[in-house]
Design a protein around this ligand. Structure first.
Ligand code: NI
Length: 185
């Protein structure tokens, strides 16, 4: 087990296009994913991309808690299960609708800040799993947002680069403070 150091905005590794993985089943990739899982568990968060731990390869991990899963993705009559921790290797995203949705995002590589980012609300994604099988899924809402955020890291894109309204960018502590005040008024 290893907890890896997170690269922060300004580090060149976050600006480059990551390389495709040649063999998703290799020991090297399994070790990388295990270390990424340990790192995400330690620091907390919804997802992590390999460039964020200084590895320029097309690998991301993420999970979606049941409470954040879009209503359309839940199974009626069952408690929301969420999306378990998933590793995507060489992922490809296809928007399934033009509809965009604004939502608040934060990033381990941009610590302390959060901002409102437009994302496709409904996507399909396809990737290799570490066991060599193909993962093919549809996602909406927060699930779709997390996958788009993490895959952006593979192309050197950080969420502030996607923002339309920079006035929504702020320190989480301050945003929470004034959000609470607004709720009280
Ligand atoms: Ni991020």
């Amino acid at each position: 087990m290893a907890i890896l150091k997170i690269a922060r905005m300004g580090h060149p590794i976050l600006k480059r296009v990551a390389d495709p993985v040649v063999d998703p089943t290799s020991l090297e990739i399994h070790k990388l994913i295990n270390d990424m899982v340990d790192t995400l568990a330690d620091i907390g968060g919804a997802g992590l991309a390999a460039p964020q731990v200084h590895v320029p390869l097309r690998v991301v991990i993420f999970h979606v808690p049941g409470s954040r899963l879009a209503a359309e993705d839940q199974i009626e009559g069952q408690p929301p299960a969420g999306v378990p921790l998933t590793a995507l290797i060489n992922p490809v995203i296809t928007p399934l609708s033009d509809e965009m949705e604004e939502g608040v995002e934060a990033c381990l590589s941009v610590p302390g800040l959060a901002g409102t980012v437009p994302r496709y609300n409904h996507i399909g994604y396809r990737a290799m799993a570490p066991n060599g099988t193909v993962i093919e899924r549809e996602a909406r809402g927060f699930h779709a947002r997390v996958v788009q955020h993490e895959c952006d890291h593979l192309d050197g894109v950080l969420y502030p680069m996607r923002m339309r309204d920079m006035t929504s960018l702020g320190f989480v502590e301050e945003l929470r403070r004034f959000e609470d005040k607004e709720a009280e008024d």
